[in-house]
Design a protein around this ligand. Sequence first.
Ligand SMILES: NC(=O)c1ccc[n+]([C@@H]2O[C@H](COP(=O)([O-])OP(=O)(O)OC[C@H]3O[C@@H](n4cnc5c(N)ncnc54)[C@H](OP(=O)(O)O)[C@@H]3O)[C@@H](O)[C@H]2O)c1
Length: 356
Amino acid sequence: MSNKIPVAVLAATGSVGQRFVQLLDNHPWFEVVALTGSDRSIGKPYGEVCHWLLPGEMPAWAREMIVRPSTPEAVQAPLALSGLPADLARDIEPAFATAGTVICSNASAYRRAADVPILLPEINAPHVHLIEAQRRLRGWSGAITTNPNCTSTGMSIALKPLQDAFGLKRVFAVSLQALSGAGYPGIASMDIIDNVIPNIGGEEDKVEWEPRKMLGTLSGDSIEMASFGISAHTNRVAVTDGHVVTLSIELGTRAKPAEVVEVLRAYQGPKEARGLPFSPNPVIVVRDEDNRPQPRLDRMTGSGMTTVVGRVRPDSLLDIRMVVLSHNTIRGAAGGSLFNAELIARMGYLGPQYTR
Ligand SMILES: NC(=O)c1ccc[n+]([C@@H]2O[C@H](COP(=O)([O-])OP(=O)(O)OC[C@H]3O[C@@H](n4cnc5c(N)ncnc54)[C@H](OP(=O)(O)O)[C@@H]3O)[C@@H](O)[C@H]2O)c1
């Protein structure tokens, strides 16, 4: 019998769900025991209802699995990785947490809840201990944890070493976001080919808020938000995978580009987040070429888990500017949730039987 940790994937047929299935193939700690979907898919083999969009074959073990409803009764597992749409996550995820399952969610439904962490372990692993407050306050034996919006991901990771070394005052962010971030089928081809769409519903609010929670400090039963300000413009571009964010940054104390590059390259993150199967190694790569990072060339750096920074240079209004690239469905979604799940297992929140 396998001694791996049983895991369910909620909304397994979607963009994020497929990435989960792909990345869980041969995972050293986790074994998929259930895949869920909507009424369209329930009761049918995953191989029949999932329109597989990723390079490489659908794993053979997934093909024959029968898609189940997203209820704790139909899915019994200590851990569930969720690619549910936010409106459904609002009711479904607490039902699992009540039943004793720890959820690692990609949905925005609970990111703003004071007792729910938004985790990027390489910058805020200690926020995982909010699970204790959540269990005490809500009476859950499971928990809900989240990862951020995929645009907040790379920029928050790149900002953390600068916050530690110099402090942050103001950040101006412009995103160039890939199509896969809109799910499948996403945006109609006639709307995006030869085009840029200068609005992504709700995204600017998320990008201006979530990094400040993640870069905040755990204090009692909540997170004290980081005090710097963010102004964000978010745009959809005709790239398949990989979100680019350009940043202009006002630091607490001024620093030269070479000093910024040095702290970015040296950054290692909290010790709890190192050495896990999905830990990015290195956390950040800084490229020296003046035309990098580029999504097509650089998104798979560190198997898609490493944040890639380039064009670190002086800013004519603030202090420093740079370009950040992060793979939106790997580091920004499914890979990020898996990394969170590994941290949770390491910290003992799945119970002693499943502590790694
Ligand atoms: N794509 C990204 O880069 C990204 C990044 C970060 C966060 N997110 C978030 O992740 C979530 C999923 O996004 P996505 O891009 O994967 O969306 P998507 O491609 O549109 O997939 C939606 C999924 O939801 C499933 N679903 C719908 N109703 C359901 C129900 N009642 N029970 C169970 N499953 C149900 C669908 O299943 P059927 O196929 O069976 O209908 C499908 O698998 C969203 O909350 C999104 O905001 C996405």
